[in-house]
Design a protein around this ligand. Structure first.
Ligand code: FAD
Length: 503
């Protein structure tokens, strides 16, 4: 790929980089995206996976952010029905947290900001203990509220954006680190290192977008691009951890538990058999790749749970933990939870060629961020093309006007030989791309080699061919969420089948 010329080079294959690549390629720009590891291997695989307005941000008067997020919640629900699902949230109250009037007012405002929405309105629950979802709560939690937000499959959102980008002509290069940039007439020469075969390469691009998430400052400092720029936004790295336990509560509700430090901890039903509890906010100084849940964070999450629920949990009950690092815009507030989740697109005016860096952001707002980033880069390279992503289904999201339930029923008729559990997993993972996964197969046997626990060769072939999966970890943690479920034997079978496909 040496010296190939592009309009846009995007560095970083998290949700923001992939979203920008999709938007730009769909507007006719020539695009290359380079990701130093796997797609979604950074913060975008370690989120709480909520597509939400962020009720809590109302308290900090972040109205603009909440409004934009709620608008995006609606857009993503419409354009990515396979990956974004509505969820019912229970906010239990024991009289020690915020007063009821304040929560009621916040939820009212949340509803107003959502405008015309397909999400149900919130409601007050006068006798929480009499509700099925109140049964597990401690008796002090007498009242509460129910409201609605959404869950989103963070890693698949990233991969589906990259797929759409590639189908619109973008080059997606994983395991390709950007090691340096040199401004030259008409743009940049970008130095790359291919980690798969340890080869160096370079490409040229008219404009560069630095979408390296929590590495944003490291990247600029490491390449010397932050020198002599007093206007660069400050970024504060804040770690957030989650614990995953065997499913604790019955029911599909999420609980939002208010804490004495004014934070909220979510208890979320996760996959079929698990409960996800998160998150925390701890200042972080190391390489974001090394973030790991600390004992204090695990105790904090268990305590948050135990204060609200009758049946206590212990840190050692956790089957798995994961941590990510938020790159938050640092507005000098002491308390990390008070820092804004807004984003800023910074145009490096002092550099000799067009370059933009992405600071901050949320999973929920990635599409809007991408649209603005592409608008700005078009200005910089003096090109014009209209935005398009607000109305177009994301890859796999074209259900032809059907609801998720109706779409599932159609697939049942189409693939009567697929066991219902597997069909559901395929639909929830691949949406309308299920046909590409199944291919010509007319029976389970025709899906090829069986790796165990409903994983067949056909799925691995699809993932390697169309979704850049190269390793068993790519498959288990970022293309699917099977990592928690498979046995060592299945993982080994997946690794060897994948290796034979990739070879
Ligand atoms: C604990 C936690 C919970 C969260 N929960 C939510 C939530 O529920 N809802 C929500 O809306 N948001 C949430 N967020 C925020 C959201 O996850 C982030 O805003 C988003 O994932 C950031 O995406 P990104 O693309 O900017 O960064 P990343 O996903 O980190 O992507 C950056 C990529 O750049 C790559 N990279 C770095 N340097 C180089 C280089 N030199 N060359 C090539 N590639 C490079 C990295 O490998 C990485 O993959 C949460 C964040 C955290 C930490």
């Amino acid at each position: 790929m040496t010296n190939q010329q592009y309009d846009l080079c995007i560095i970083g294959g998290g949700i923001n980089g992939a979203g920008i690549a999709r938007d730009a390629a769909g507007r006719g720009l020539t695009v290359v995206l380079v990701e130093g590891d796997d797609l979604a291997s950074g913060t975008s695989s370690a989120s709480t996976k909520l597509i939400h307005g962020g009720l809590r941000y109302l308290e900090y008067f972040n109205f603009k952010l909440v409004k934009e997020s709620l608008r995006e919640r609606e857009t993503l629900f419409r354009t990515a029905p396979h990956l974004v699902h509505p969820l019912e949230f229970v906010l239990p109250c024991d009289g020690k947290g915020r007063p009821l009037w304040k929560i009621r007012m916040g939820l009212w405002l949340y509803g107003r900001f959502a405008g015309r929405t397909r999400f149900k309105p919130s409601r007050f629950i006068g006798n929480l203990q009499s509700q099925p979802f109140g049964a597990d709560l401690r008796p002090d939690f007498k009242k509460g509220f129910v409201y609605y937000d959404a869950w989103g499959d963070d890693t698949r959102l990233v991969v589906m954006n990259a797929v759409d980008a590639a189908e619109n002509g973008a080059d997606i290069r994983t395991r390709m680190i950007c090691t340096g940039l040199k401004a030259e007439e008409g743009g940049w020469t970008i130095s790359l290192h291919d980690r798969n075969n340890q080869v160096n390469a370079s490409v040229r691009a008219s404009c560069v977008i630095n979408a390296t998430g929590p590495w944003v400052r490291r990247f600029l400092d490491g390449t010397g691009l932050s020198d002599n720029d007093p206007d660069l936004p400050k970024v504060r790295l804040v770690q957030g951890s989650h614990i995953i336990l065997p499913r604790i509560n019955e029911g599909r509700q999420v609980y939002l538990l208010q804490q004495a430090d004014k934070r909220g901890v979510f208890v979320i039903p996760y996959e079929k058999d698990f409960t996800l509890i998160g998150t925390t906010e701890t200042d972080y100084a190391g390489d974001p790749k090394d973030a790991m849940a600390t004992e204090d964070e695990m105790s904090y999450l268990c305590e948050a749970y135990n204060k609200a629920f009758k049946r206590p949990i212990l840190p050692e009950d956790a089957l798995f933990t994961f941590s990510g690092v938020r790159p938050l815009l640092d507005d000098s507030k002491k308390d990390a939870s008070a820092l804004s989740r807004e984003y800023r697109l910074y145009h490096h005016k002092r550099l000799p060629a067009p370059m933009i860096s992405v600071f901050g952001g949320k999973l929920t707002t990635y599409r809007a961020l991408a649209e603005k980033a592409v608008d700005l880069s078009l200005d910089l390279i003096k090109a014009v093309a209209d935005p398009w992503t607000a109305d177009q289904p994301l890859a796999g999201g074209d259900f032809e006007g059907k609801s998720s339930k109706e779409f599932f029923e159609v697939q049942k008729t189409k693939y009567p030989w697929l066991p219902e559990d597997l069909l559901l997993r395929y639909v929830q993972t691949y949406g309308a791309r299920i046909d590409m996964v199944v291919g010509e197969a007319q029976s389970l046997r025709e899906l090829g080699e069986y790796c165990g626990q409903s994983v067949y060769e056909a799925e691995l072939r699809y993932l390697a061919t169309h979704e850049w999966a190269q390793s068993v970890e790519d498959v288990l943690w970022r293309r699917t969420k099977l990592g928690l479920q498979v046995t060592d034997e299945t993982a080994q079978n997946i690794a060897s089948t994948l290796a034979s496909i990739v070879a």
